[in-house]
Design a protein around this ligand. Structure first.
Ligand SMILES: Cc1cc2nc3c(=O)[nH]c(=O)nc-3n(C[C@H](O)[C@H](O)[C@H](O)COP(=O)(O)OP(=O)(O)OC[C@H]3O[C@@H](n4cnc5c(N)ncnc54)[C@H](O)[C@@H]3O)c2cc1C
Ligand SMILES: C[S@@+](CC[C@H](N)C(=O)[O-])C[C@H]1O[C@@H](n2cnc3c(N)ncnc32)[C@H](O)[C@@H]1O
Length: 641
């Protein structure tokens, strides 16, 4: 479902009003004051977060973000503030950036915070968007979706709730038993809840969901507001809290490619001492050693799981690369757009229809007819196609080096891990002669195909050889990166094109025949193009993609295969998230042809899993990349791992 941004009108007294809901966004007596009196005070904040490592809060209705800004300001002003504040907020109709800025211009008290929020305000794309403030200690996760879809997709525990839909009579979707039931499902022990309304439907709904509420004097013209406490029923899975590892616990990452470097960077930024081991002589010594990798959205008419995951990975990667650049690391890349050319009229029609149906912002994707696409990319393509603004290409080697330069990371090369085991809560890894290479309470396997050897029974990985060709030709007309049936990137005075895709082909050296295939692909894209082959095979890159049967990576906590073998088939009817896990063992591998995107996502997911924090993505997306999914599929067919 496409998102519709909010329509908003400023009333004469300046209060923003929604014509669609015929209601104001906040009290006419002051939005910030209302936020403090109703939402913060109603949840006994800042007192309740004092000295806690983590405090999580869920809001229904982000609107202008006034409650968020007031909460963030209170957190900043509080000397006893919690270590990390997770603020989740559901919003079906995000404001345009211009409307957001106009509303914020009336909030002089919080201008610096509002400016930071505007600087990170996401495009109006469905799904979850996580923004980081104050060195990542304040995390805002915006759930751009209808509340009825957003709440069931959360798998986390919240210490406080802000219910802030429009008035219940005008916006009943935000105040029904489903919403209240999900608040109960998501409530942490001792959770509290606050709202500006004391309408009967809200009081009764909260009571039915085990929140005991109290009517208190309302703010401004409102007679009453509600403050509530969660009183868990016996069945509530309060004990079921995610395990967390201390932020200073050492972590060992096996593999210094895109996946390992991204995970190591993120964990080091959180304060973990990280050791990265790799069998190769230096970083990016395997598949991640290619000179240019493309990144762009994936399209499907129904915005399928893969398209949503790619979008999540892409937006996550773009934010993390920007943060890396802000920390002074130069990346060799272009984010100035990528043209996806249709191979034939049928693909052209399908792309046009899909883009029209999805109605995503043009800053993310647009359909261009043939002439417009030709103009945009500088090549005489035969058909139209997609223009992915903000997409492009990047040199993974520079990215990996920059990530591994993060303070707190130490690297060890020429260190092939032959086996690992766990004793007394510590993982140890050994080389081929049985020598101890390193030890740590937490290990992340980011060693691509070789993870299958270290975790026999987990899944079968496919090995797909790819050769990318680099030719000495500048092609000055080319204006952007190209993808589709052939890919093309200008890299200095040369062009990079390819790549081949051959399963179970073990040749590690470049082959002339594969170079010829790559150039033939380019000529199909652009028949008049007569690029001379300089025949310099030395310039070609060969790498091996690790891929799964469902083409998705394995990211997250690794299952405890010994328990699953011993306890037989009792787990087969359970959701994948419930399968038992190996303490302190995580995986980020099988990145297939999308290492750039999956590695950034892996870093986010694994960091949250290790620290026991709310995940940055919907539970169906987390399940789609869960490393236990193949074991579960086999169990359902009666096979033990
Ligand atoms: C020709 C080609 C073109 C591609 N184009 C793109 C593209 O355009 N966009 C894109 O996003 N992706 C692309 N990819 C895919 C991308 O390169 C991979 O998905 C990505 O590099 C995988 O990263 P990784 O860290 O998982 O694996 P690798 O980069 O393979 O890293 C794994 C590391 O683990 C180490 N290791 C393995 N076993 C052990 C062990 N036992 N002990 C210690 N170390 C070990 C290895 O030495 C290696 O350094 C392409 C791939 C190829 C081959
Ligand atoms: C009163 S405003 C929220 C004000 C906001 N908390 C603030 O601090 O600025 C209510 C918000 O709920 C959103 N909303 C309404 N119906 C929704 C639904 N079904 N799902 C998700 N959000 C919804 C509206 O778009 C609006 O932004």
């Amino acid at each position: 479902m496409p998102l519709h941004t909010a329509t908003l009108i400023h009333r004469e007294d300046g209060t923003p009003w929604s014509p669609d809901f015929d209601d104001v966004y906040h009290s006419a007596d002051g939005g910030l004051a209302q936020a403090r009196a109703v939402f913060l005070a109603g949840n006994r904040l800042p007192l309740r977060w004092a000295e806690r490592p983590l405090f999580s809060l869920l809001e229904t209705g982000f609107g202008i973000g006034i409650n968020f800004l007031a909460t963030w300001q209170a957190w900043r002003d509080d000397l006893a503030r919690c270590g990390r504040l997770h603020y989740f907020s559901v919003e079906k109709h995000p404001l345009s950036l211009a409307d957001l800025a106009a509303c914020h211009s009336r909030l002089a008290e919080v201008t610096p915070l509002a400016t930071e929020l505007q600087a990170q305000w996401p495009l109006a794309l469905p799904g979850w968007h996580r923004l980081y403030f104050d060195e990542g200690r304040v995390l805002l996760t915006l759930l751009f979706a209808d509340v009825a879809q957003a709440l069931p997709a959360i798998d986390a525990r919240f210490d406080a709730f802000y219910l802030d839909g429009f008035a219940p009579a005008r916006n009943p979707q935000m105040w029904n038993s489903g919403v209240f039931r999900h608040c109960a499902r998501l409530a942490a022990p001792g959770a509290t809840l606050a709202t500006y309304t004391a309408a009967r439907v809200v009081r009764d709904g909260l009571a039915a969901a085990h929140f005991s509420s109290e009517r208190l004097p309302g703010y401004g013209r409102k007679r009453h507001r509600l403050a509530a406490e969660f009183r868990p029923p016996a069945w509530h899975p309060a004990a079921d809290l995610p395990a967390s590892t201390p932020a200073d616990a050492p972590v060992m990452v096996i593999g210094a490619g895109l996946a390992g470097a991204a995970v190591a960077e993120k964990l080091a930024l959180r304060g973990h001492p990280v050791t990265v081991l790799d069998a190769a002589a230096g970083p990016a010594g395997a598949a991640s050693g290619l000179p240019a990798a493309l990144f762009h959205p994936h399209l499907s008419p129904d915005d399928a799981i893969l398209s949503r995951l790619v979008r999540k990975g892409l937006l996550t990667a773009l934010r993390s690369w920007e943060a890396l650049e802000q920390r002074g690391h130069g990346l060799t890349c272009s984010r100035e757009g990528l043209a996806w050319h249709a191979a034939d009229a049928a693909e052209e029609r399908s792309l046009r229809e899909t883009v029209e149906r999805l109605r995503f912002p043009a800053e993310y994707m647009a359909f261009l007819e043939r002439d417009a696409l030709r103009e945009r990319c500088g090549l005489p393509t035969a058909f139209g196609g997609c223009w992915f603004a903000g997409s492009g290409w990047l040199d993974p080697r520079a990215l990996v080096s920059a990530q591994l330069a993060t303070a707190g990371i130490s690297t060890g090369y020429g260190a092939r891990v032959e086996r690992l085991d766990r004793h007394d809560g510590i993982w140890r890894v050994f080389d081929a002669s049985g020598g101890l290479l390193a030890e740590a309470p937490v290990v992340v396997l980011a060693n691509s195909h070789d993870a299958e050897r270290l975790m026999p029974g987990l899944c079968r990985l496919r090995r797909i050889r790819g050769q990318l060709s680099r030719i000495a030709a500048a092609l000055p007309a080319l204006r952007c990166a190209i993808a589709g049936s052939a890919t093309l990137v200008r890299l200095g005075d040369s062009l990079v094109t390819g790549s081949t895709f051959d399963e179970d082909d073990v040749e590690t050296l470049p082959r002339a025949a594969d170079r010829a295939r790559n150039l033939a692909g380019l000529r199909r894209l652009w028949p008049e193009c007569v690029l001379p082959d300089d025949g310099d095979l030395q310039q070609d890159f060969v790498g091996f993609r690790a891929s799964t049967n469902d083409h998705l990576p394995l990211i997250g906590a690794l299952p405890d295969l010994a328990v699953l073998r011993a306890q037989g088939l009792q787990w087969r009817g359970r959701p994948v998230a419930e399968l038992p896990r190996q303490a302190g063992l995580y995986g980020a591998f099988a990145c297939g042809s999308r290492g750039l995107l999956w590695s950034g996502l892996a870093a986010e997911i694994i960091t949250c899993r290790i620290s026991g924090e709310p995940l940055p993505l919907e539970n169906d997306l987390a399940a789609a990349v869960d490393p236990a999914r193949f074991v579960l599929r086999n169990l359902r067919q009666g096979q033990l791992p």
